[in-house]
Design a protein around this ligand. Structure first.
Ligand code: XMP
Length: 180
């Protein structure tokens, strides 16, 4: 299937589904029997969270936090939050995000969760992890796919608000930046 706006597809629906099955198995094994709150960072992790949650056959609570550190195709800088944190005392927190790029967003989210939420533990699951030197070094316990340092869209990831609804993940056609 053609996807206008993509230079090439990196991961199609079957590849994403198969990897989510593997990630969910690891997450389930770790959190089975523990009080778990999954905290999705919106908007980017919306589709990842929806598909991952349905693969976790364990009791959990779901919460979300709006965070943004992104201007067009350049990541990093100040992180702003929309909304507050849910109560996390006495619970294990699993943060979900779409992509680990500069590390600025997850670094700020993790610091906020630890400082304000007081959870029993914090882990992070990202769908994509870019191979690069990060502005804020960050370790994600669960990562779906390693990718090169290219701008990707689809499956929740956007460029200026577009392409989130693509069912695949692909590299944005450079000609689409700023228009298309
Ligand atoms: P940082 O740089 O803070 O990035 O690790 C976190 C957020 O920036 C967005 N992001 C991207 N969005 N394609 C996108 O569509 C990309 O290649 C990309 N890199 C970073 C994303 O929202 C992520 O949560």
């Amino acid at each position: 299937m053609r996807h206008p706006g993509l230079q090439r597809v990196l991961f199609d629906e079957a590849a994403i589904a198969a990897r989510l099955d593997e990630m969910a198995a690891g997450i389930t094994a770790f959190y089975d029997g523990k009080p778990l709150t999954v905290l999705a960072i919106l908007n980017g992790s919306l589709i990842f969270a929806a598909d991952l949650l349905r693969r976790l056959p364990i009791p959990l609570r779901f919460e979300s936090l709006g965070a943004a550190s992104y201007r067009g195709a350049v990541s990093g800088g100040t992180v702003t939050f929309k909304g507050g944190l849910p109560p996390l005392a006495g619970r294990h927190a699993l943060i979900l995000d779409d992509i680990l790029d500069t590390g600025c967003t997850l670094h700020a989210v993790r610091r906020k969760v630890l400082a304000e939420g007081g959870p029993l533990s914090v882990r992070t699951a990202v769908l994509l992890r870019k191979r690069k030197t990060r502005i804020e070094p960050f370790h994600a316990e669960y990562a779906g796919f390693e990718i090169d340092d290219e701008f990707v869209v689809g499956y929740g990831l956007d460029y200026d608000g577009r392409y989130r609804n693509l069912p695949v993940i692909g590299v944005l056609d450079p000609a689409r930046r700023g228009g298309g």
